[in-house]
Write a protein that binds this ligand. Sequence first.
Ligand SMILES: Nc1ncnc2c1ncn2[C@@H]1O[C@H](COP(=O)(O)OP(=O)(O)O)[C@@H](O)[C@H]1O
Ligand SMILES: [Mg+2]
Length: 476
Amino acid sequence: MPVVIKSRLSSIGGRLTLLYTLVVLVAMALLAIVVMWRLSATFNAEHQRFLRAKTAEMQTDLDDAHGQPGGLLNEIAKETDESDVRQYQARVLSNDGHVLGETPGMRDVLQPGAFLMSPSDPAVMRVRKAGAHVFALATASMRSVGMSAPLQVQIAMDVTRDAKLLAELRRAIWLAFALLTPLLVIAGYFVSEHGLAPLKRIVNAAREVTPEHLSARIPTDPPWPRELDELVMVFNSMLGRLEEAFGRLSRFSSDLAHELRTPLSNMSSSLEVCLLRNRSEDEYREALESNLEECRRLHSLIDNLLFMARAERAAAALQVEALDGEDACQWVIDQQLAAARSQGFGIQLHGNAQVLADPVLFRQALANLLANAIQHSKSREDVRVELRTQADGGAQVEVIDHGVGIDAAHLPYVFDRFYQANPSRRHVDGEGTGLGLAIVKAIIEAHGGSITLDSRPDAGTAVCLHFPSLPQQYRA
Ligand SMILES: Nc1ncnc2c1ncn2[C@@H]1O[C@H](COP(=O)(O)OP(=O)(O)O)[C@@H](O)[C@H]1O
Ligand SMILES: [Mg+2]
């Protein structure tokens, strides 16, 4: 089932379970190894101590017997014969390997060859299994006064009980591993399920968000675990931005339909009226002229829409130049001056700055701002254009008028496409379609800059464009 294994491991829960199980098993294995090692080392030391003590005792016995093996054998027989449970058995050999005496029955379990021969250190020991018993074996070479050759003494200590204890312990540890492993996997599964439960809740909450329910959010009460808190916040603010963009888009579509329908229905109704009966040449001309006017409106609307769509995508294709702000502004002012003069005021230009901008887009933005300023002026005071260089090297272009101003309620929306604070004025004043400021905003954002609008009703409006100082590579 490779597919199943893969999908388990590609899940965080599966990985956590596996890791958790492995870590606990490794910790347990380390503990078991240390315990076993300490215990068998303690037993070993104990056995060695016993064998050394026995060897030393026998040396004393041999010395007491003035080097006669018989005396030593007697002592051995006394110690090992009498007890039922023998702690040790011993054998004495001459230097050439002749058995001089041994604990009765020793030959049946331990042949002389089972011992290491001629060791230099009596502590050197080997452990041997003989039937159901386990022995720790040591060989010592002993000599005493008046002896021509040393004796070899073989001592076997019965360590069956200790060996059994170790074996039991080892079995118990294996059993614990066998039983604990599945338990750990199950526990790990529940722990990771519990830990990941908030993620499932997020998924369920996110499922509620559909185009019809874009206002739904992932609830933040009760609070999420610290690790997920940021994710939820980011997700919710992303939903907020999407909802806003979605709302703007659907408003835009209905506004656009409305904007297109009005001139078209004007045209068709005037044509219908005209066709009701025969008309004079002048009447036909008038009808055609009014239709031509509507056609122009449609044309300029579509031009503006196209322009804005281009400006919104323009960031990559900007033809940024270092413009002399004064020259560029003066060019636009010259275009608009006649309209201002016809209303009885002029346009002043103050200051200068180098502006890093696409010249065509810069002029379009300023032209839209000036058109608004002229259109909404009510006093005969001049409109002012102010150019400034900012501390960070960017440039500011501000257009200030003393017109009707914008009501605070409208301010948040004036940059929206088709939004008009006072639509009834539109047909009186002519060209406005509510796209002017939206275009300016698209242009300034394509430059990486920003726009601010400050307005008080009946006092006037100031719109400020901030053009950033672009990175070195854009400079001329
Ligand atoms: N300088 C201004 N003074 C007063 N109102 C303004 C000014 N500029 C913009 N507005 C208001 O903001 C609205 C949006 O402006 P704009 O996008 O240029 O659209 P339009 O000029 O086509 O109506 C306008 O309808 C107008 O009510
Ligand atoms: Mg306008």
